[in-house]
Design a binder for this molecule. Structure first.
Ligand code: NAD
Length: 353
């Protein structure tokens, strides 16, 4: 029997290899004339390509996007956008660059056109994060949700295989937790299962040939689906533990998601049987936690927090923080099983059966 409330958020999605050529039309469709193009220093060349396609609709390029959106870079970007008289932000990059666009929109309500080049999914969420004094403040605001998202898989051809793999597993984590979300709904579950299927298939093909445009397209399609799930329903234990590890131990975002996911799923296996069945089916596996672990191993992803640089002595602090202010979770969150889960993830052993 169904019983749900579902609020859709509206964004225009333009998807396809070569769709970048439509960027000027899309900026104009937003009623904008002077776009500021945002990027990291590493993606300056891609941003210049976008600026050239925008022609007179481009007011300038700002290449100061940084991981975790430090408040200083947000202030500089806001100032730059004001000086240029920008009426739109075009964010070309991963979650960090799109996060910078969100930091601008939060104050100015400037519309964002996002051009994602990783699978992190930030472009489909109203969630923002800004880091000040080493603390990342996150929140939700409809003004930061991009108005248009242009997915062009050809822009992801140069994303290195190791980054593609962890970014894709990061996306799978959004969908996996969406399948057992307290506020989930049948449409999100369809998107989640399809997103996991597309990413598992696409990542295997990228591992074999990083320049396979069909595989890149499959992964970006999966990323769109998984990002939509992240933006629509609540996340649980897995995301809480990853955020705590990121903040406390300064571990890399996508890699941490990759390591934790099989263990968080094992924690919730008994409490969310239908979600587990759907995750396993999407992966073509018998069991969801072991299936995710096997996929990560097959793709050559990191399997332990130890190899990401986490010190064992920090485990207690992480557990205290995760217990202090837990997210809703299908299985109750308790110290002993949580410690066991974290120890397995730290060592990289297979998830609990
Ligand atoms: P990222 O944006 O930090 O990118 C990592 C590096 O890869 C950067 O140097 C970037 O320039 C480079 N890069 C990106 N795409 C490339 C490409 N196609 N080719 C070559 N290099 C490329 O990484 P991410 O994993 O996409 O984002 C992580 C950040 O996003 C975290 O801070 C995370 O908290 C945030 N995030 C936010 C949300 C949200 O809803 N607000 C969702 C997911 C992630």
């Amino acid at each position: 029997m169904f019983d749900f409330t579902y609020t859709t958020s509206s964004a225009r999605i333009v998807f396809g290899a070569g769709s970048l050529r439509l960027v000027q039309n899309e900026v104009q469709a937003l009623g904008a004339r002077r776009a500021v193009v945002l990027c990291t220093p590493q993606q300056r060349a891609q941003a210049e390509e976008v600026a050239a396609l925008l022609g007179p609709s481009c007011a300038g390029v700002f290449d100061g996007a940084q991981m975790h959106v430090p408040i200083e870079s947000a202030r500089r970007a806001r100032e730059h956008a004001r000086e240029l008289g920008a009426d739109c932000a075009v964010a070309v990059g991963g979650g960090s660059t799109i996060g910078l666009g969100k930091a601008i929109a939060l104050e100015s309500a400037l519309p964002i056109l996002a051009i994602p080049t990783t699978y992190a999914g930030s472009e489909m969420t109203p969630i923002f994060g800004i880091t000040e004094n080493n603390v990342k403040r996150t929140g939700k605001d409809p003004r930061v949700l991009p108005k248009t998202v242009l997915y062009d898989p050809s822009l992801t051809l140069g994303l290195p295989v190791d980054m593609s793999v962890v970014s894709g597993l990061n996306a799978i984590a959004h969908a996996a937790e969406g399948l057992y979300a307290k506020d989930g709904n049948p449409v999100m579950s369809l998107m989640a299962e399809e997103g996991i299927r597309a990413l598992a298939k696409g990542l295997r093909a990228i591992k074999a040939n990083p320049k396979d445009l069909n595989a890149r397209s499959e992964c970006l399609y999966g990323a769109w689906l998984c990002g939509t799930v992240l933006g629509s329903v609540g996340m649980a234990l897995h995301h809480k533990v990853c955020h705590t590890l990121g903040g406390t131990c300064n571990l890399p975002h996508a890699q941490t998601h990759t390591v934790i996911l099989p263990h968080a799923l094992a924690y919730n296996r008994a409490a969310a049987p239908e979600a587990m069945q759907r995750i396993a089916r999407a992966l073509g596996a018998d069991d969801a936690p072991s299936g995710v672990y096997a996929l990560a191993r097959e793709l050559g992803a990191p399997l332990s927090l130890r190899e990401l640089g986490m010190r064992l002595e920090d485990a207690e602090k992480v557990i205290d923080l995760a217990l202090a202010n837990p997210y809703w979770n299908p299985a109750s969150i308790e110290r002993e099983p949580l410690t066991d889960m974290l120890m397995r993830a730290w060592a990289g052993t297979s998830p609990q059966q």
